[in-house]
Write a protein that binds this ligand. Structure first.
Ligand SMILES: Cc1cc2nc3c(=O)[nH]c(=O)nc-3n(C[C@H](O)[C@H](O)[C@H](O)COP(=O)(O)OP(=O)(O)OC[C@H]3O[C@@H](n4cnc5c(N)ncnc54)[C@H](O)[C@@H]3O)c2cc1C
Length: 444
């Protein structure tokens, strides 16, 4: 008779194959995929309902989600298909923008707007249909560990007075993941890895959304805004159209916000009142307002994502990418959920849920579009720390354009002279243009 390995012995009597902590996108996708494999899964969510505590800007790059749910576009509570992208530099009195509209973004659908309260509720229903046992309104207080042959091993969770055991625990508890901190996979994040997002949803009649944002049918628009909207603090603003509302917000780097002693809500109010933004929202009814941390550290923030008996997914693993043009976290949450389910499935199959047994998760993630993108954009966070992006470049371009378009009855000057004068007034020097240009190309 052979002696069972410690993994097999511990796994003999658990309550579930897998416990997922957190009913956001990462947690729901992991749970759904594992239930589809026939595993017993419980998903524990502290909010009264999945989605009730979640906040996102709202543009979901949806191709990964469609691989998990082939009918996603017809079944899920989607707001609009993004076919128009605006990129704007705001100055105190001007706005300079690029309007990029492309029918190729409509077919196949590339990105959609979503409202998380609706989307997460739909995902949770999908999980339930697939056989996941959902426990809403329950907060996991700690993970249960035992000493294993290779060190500490996670064997379950404690929520209030209840203890639940499983072969694998999934930490899908968001950017502030205290679970991964508790088990020592993460330390307290440095401030430059985090941003604060402040967002509101403003209701407007459907026809008003369509006429103001120049969209029709199920088309939608996404605005990425930098410059005066953040009053010089590193970060940017966004505005996304829903069917009959607009999601609008700012994301502000925490280190810069703290250093400049600014208040995120004041900056947000300033953005909403900006003469370029305010007319889009005029007459609307504020129906939602919230703030949430955003992971901004990119690849540098993504540390270890497995240990004996535990994997970390989504924001909890530091998986977001802010390139300045796009903010992505939801599609990375999907990709990590899919990869985690692959790795966990293989580990359960081989009855080895140690760190080595769960290594298939990291391998599957690294091989996915998300794993590649984390590496491709590894330099983006550093590039976005360049202060000139948030004021000086906008002022410079604004002054050049003002010199070209302002006909004030004085003799016109050649554009080279106008640009030269604008440069002389600006702290931006040619060497900055060259170095920032090179850094931008490398980062993006
Ligand atoms: C202002 C803002 C704008 C953004 N804009 C975009 C965008 O446009 N596009 C995009 O793709 N991404 C965007 N993001 C990022 C995106 O929202 C996240 O990357 C995404 O929500 C991560 O999903 P997640 O499932 O990992 O975490 P979350 O959505 O945070 O889910 C974590 C879940 O865990 C639960 N939980 C936490 N602790 C416990 C516990 N102890 N016990 C039980 N449950 C617990 C929480 O209640 C929550 O439901 C934005 C984020 C912010 C804040």
């Amino acid at each position: 008779m052979t002696t069972p390995t410690p993994e097999v012995a511990e796994a003999a009597e658990p309550d579930f194959d897998v416990i997922v902590i957190g009913g956001g996108i990462a947690g729901c996708v992991t749970a759904y995929q594992l239930a589809q494999q026939g595993r017993t899964v419980v998903l524990i969510e502290r909010g009264e309902a999945p989605g009730s505590k979640n906040l996102s800007g709202g543009v979901l790059y949806c191709r990964g989600m469609q691989e998990v749910f082939p009918d996603f576009l017809t079944e899920a509570p989607i707001e609009r298909h993004i076919t128009r992208n605006y990129i704007n530099f705001l100055n105190a009195e001007s706005s300079i923008g690029i309007d990029y509209k492309d029918s190729r973004l409509a077919d196949p659908v590339n990105a959609v707007t979503v409202l998380r309260a609706k989307l997460d509720a739909w995902l949770s229903d999908k999980c339930e249909e697939a056989g996941v046992f959902i426990m809403p309104g329950v907060r996991v207080d700690k993970v249960l560990t035992e000493d294993g042959p290779t060190g500490k091993r996670v064997v379950g969770v404690k929520a209030g007075d209840d203890e639940l055991h499983a072969h694998v625990v999934v930490a899908a508890d968001g950017v502030n993941s205290f679970i991964s901190q508790e088990v020592g996979l993460r330390t307290k994040e440095p401030l430059n890895h985090l941003a604060i997002g402040v967002k509101c949803v403003v209701n407007l009649p459907r026809e008003t959304v369509e006429s103001r944002f120049n969209v029709t049918g199920d088309e939608g628009a996404a605005f990425a805004v930098v410059g005066d909207c953040t009053q010089g603090v590193g970060g940017g603003g966004f505005m996304y159209t829903n069917i009959d509302s607009v999601s609008v917000g700012v994301v502000l780097r925490l280190d810069d916000l703290t250093a400049k002693k600014k208040s995120s809500s004041e900056i947000f109010d300033h953005f909403l009142a900006h003469p370029y933004i305010a007319p889009y929202l005029e007459g609307g009814e504020l129906v939602e307002y919230g703030c949430h941390l955003v992971a901004e550290g990119g690849l540098e923030m993504m540390g270890e994502i497995t240990m004996d008996g535990l994997v970390v997914v989504g924001d909890a693993a530091g998986l977001t990418l802010n390139t300045g043009l796009t903010v992505r976290g939801m599609d990375l949450a999907v990709a990590s959920g899919v990869a985690a389910a692959t790795g966990i499935g293989a580990a359960l199959e081989s009855k080895d849920t140690s760190k080595a047994g769960l290594a298939g998760y990291r391998a599957a993630f690294d091989a996915s579009y998300a794993g590649h993108d984390m590496k491709t954009y590894a330099k983006a966070p550093g590039f976005l720390e360049v202060e000139r992006m948030y004021k000086d470049y906008g002022d410079l371009i604004g002054n050049v354009l003002h010199g070209v378009f302002d006909h004030d009855n004085t003799p016109r000057e050649h554009i080279i002279k106008v640009a030269y004068k604008a440069f002389k007034k600006s702290p931006v020097k040619i060497k900055h243009l060259i170095s920032d240009g090179i850094a931008g190309v490398r980062a993006l």
